[in-house]
Design a protein around this ligand. Structure first.
Ligand code: AMP
Length: 488
């Protein structure tokens, strides 16, 4: 049993979206629903909302998309003035109802609902400690461990309990929680995952991204700061610096891929950052060509930037089926490959006889790019030059993004030239690490241009929050890559 737990709890990697609102007199469940709708890109596996009316809390969660989980009637029954919500995506092995959030737990003083984005790196250790003290767990998620730590802190106030719990947890976390009468937002000391604070008709709102604020007409106030806890109740908002800020290490992959282009993080619009990456890529990796096309949608802004800076016309070479989700959703390699074909169809009239620059945001395992090149050649492309607006992904993420294990990351196993061969592209170039940082930092203009402001671990292997060696061994191993190489 323990072995099984070990395997699961160390390999449950979530990409999630969280939302919270404290708004007496408003239909908070519906507003949360719309907030989650806007955050759907951060997780498509399960969705949930918890609502409190000051005395009682109701939680409604299920597997599926936001639109599949809730009906109008469900939302009408969720009455109250505080709500939190969660959308979740995780890797295979942990796809079950128990792992859906918000998680709900209670102690003798209050009940707690919790929604978490990020990933802890000391889950097993904490879980074992809690189990020895009699805790029982329903799920394999690290988020339940956090909830258990909070309710077991043995403190009367939620503020003191969260303070205690946060001292023990290591890793990346942006959390929204609520008791019967308080809404709380917390961020880890490095601020790896984003969390925005907004205001709507005088009511406070928390959202993983600003697009969740925009959708309900809330104005952006500020980010919840690294290490900060905000507590919102009838008296307004109180702020506590729970953990000393260390190196700010916002995940740069939020800018590359994860966040929605209309969101802003630290004042930087994500689409503009991506466009800048494209401009930088054109400067770093020019090529003679007739047309720049994106791999939609993730490559769109970067392709526009590339076209603008290179003077090569921009065109749309693919039509995307809007009703298919992200290709990563499908767990198996075969279905994932099919997924790409289901999702994108090349426009022969645009492509035929052309020398193409094809811009995408990232290459993880290499399947998408390989299929793309194949499809374009079949549609008559004369040359295919792949340009990637992130550096090679060589290291796995331990902080809440599913970027596969090291043995499955193509750039950890092959040189750029061998990847090009594997893709059958005429050329392949990635943006440099420095180029990426400057593309994102350029639009901040607050002087935070050095790499330390971002977590770049997936590109440079420098993990701002030290990874325990046992965890490292499982995910960082290249052991099976030798076998995999024959596949590439
Ligand atoms: P792959 O086929 O494994 O190389 O996947 C690369 C594609 O997946 C790119 O087109 C990205 O837009 C997308 N992608 C990159 N990272 C992620 C992620 N963590 N989750 C889902 N999709 C991703």
């Amino acid at each position: 049993m323990l072995d099984q737990l070990d395997i699961f709890s160390d390999t449950v990697y979530d990409e999630c979206g969280v939302f919270g609102i404290y708004a007496p007199g408003e239909a908070v469940a519906k507003l949360t629903y719309y907030g989650l709708y806007a955050l759907q890109h951060r997780g498509q596996e399960s969705a949930g909302i918890a609502v409190s009316d000051g005395d009682n809390t109701m939680v409604f969660k299920d597997m599926g998309l936001v639109s599949q989980v809730f009906t109008e009637r469900d939302l009408t029954t969720l009455q109250g003035h505080i709500a939190i919500g969660h959308v979740r995506y995780s890797t295979t092995g942990s796809t079950n109802w128990e792992n859906a959030q918000p998680i709900h737990k209670a102690n003798e003083y209050w009940s707690l609902s919790l929604a978490h984005n990020g990933n802890l790196i000391n889950t097993n250790e904490l879980r074992r400690r809690l189990e020895r003290r009699g805790s029982e767990f329903q799920s394999t998620s690290d988020s339940e461990v956090i909830a258990e730590l909070v309710v077991r802190a043995g403190r009367k106030t939620i503020e003191a309990s969260v303070r205690d719990a946060v001292r023990h947890i290591k890793g990346a976390f942006s959390i929204v929680m609520m008791t019967e009468d308080k809404l709380i937002g917390v961020r880890d000391a490095n601020g790896v995952r984003p969390l925005a604070l907004g205001i709507m008709n005088g009511h406070y709102v928390l959202s993983s991204e600003t697009c969740g604020l925009d959708v309900i007409g809330a104005d952006f106030l500020r980010e919840v700061l690294p290490g900060e806890m905000v507590v919102i109740d009838g008296k307004g908002l109180s702020s506590y610096q729970l953990i000393e800020k260390t190196n700010p290490s916002l995940c740069i992959f939020e800018f590359v891929y994860l966040a929605r282009p209309d969101s802003s993080i630290y004042g930087r619009n994500v689409a503009e950052a991506r466009k800048n990456m494209g401009r930088q890529l054109a400067r770093e990796a020019p090529v003679e060509a007739d047309l720049v096309i994106p791999v939609p949608d993730s490559g769109n802004p970067a392709a526009q930037g590339y076209a603008e800076a290179s003077g090569i016309p921009y065109g749309e070479g693919f039509v995307k089926n809007r009703y298919i989700g992200r290709t990563f959703i499908q767990p198996s390699q075969t279905i994932r490959q099919l997924g790409i074909r289901l999702k994108l169809n090349p426009l022969r009239d645009v492509i035929e006889g052309k020398r193409l620059v094809v811009v995408d945001d990232s290459i993880v395992r290499g399947n998408t790019s390989k299929k793309i090149v194949q499809m374009l050649r079949k549609a008559g492309a004369k040359e295919v030059h792949m340009r990637i607006s992130s550096p090679p992904i060589e290291w796995p993420c331990f902080y809440g993004i599913d970027t596969a294990e090291r043995k499955d990351l193509i750039a950890a196993n092959l040189t750029v030239d061998r990847i090009r061969t594997f893709l059958s592209a005429d050329s392949l170039q990635y943006i440099s690490q420095k180029g990426l940082v400057s593309a994102v930092s350029d639009i901040i203009g607050d002087g935070s241009t050095n790499g330390a402001a971002f977590c770049m671990a997936c590109f440079d292997g420098v993990y701002p929050i030290p990874i325990p060696s046992r965890l490292k061994m499982t995910k960082l191993s290249l052991e099976k890559a030798k076998k995999a190489e024959t596949l590439f």
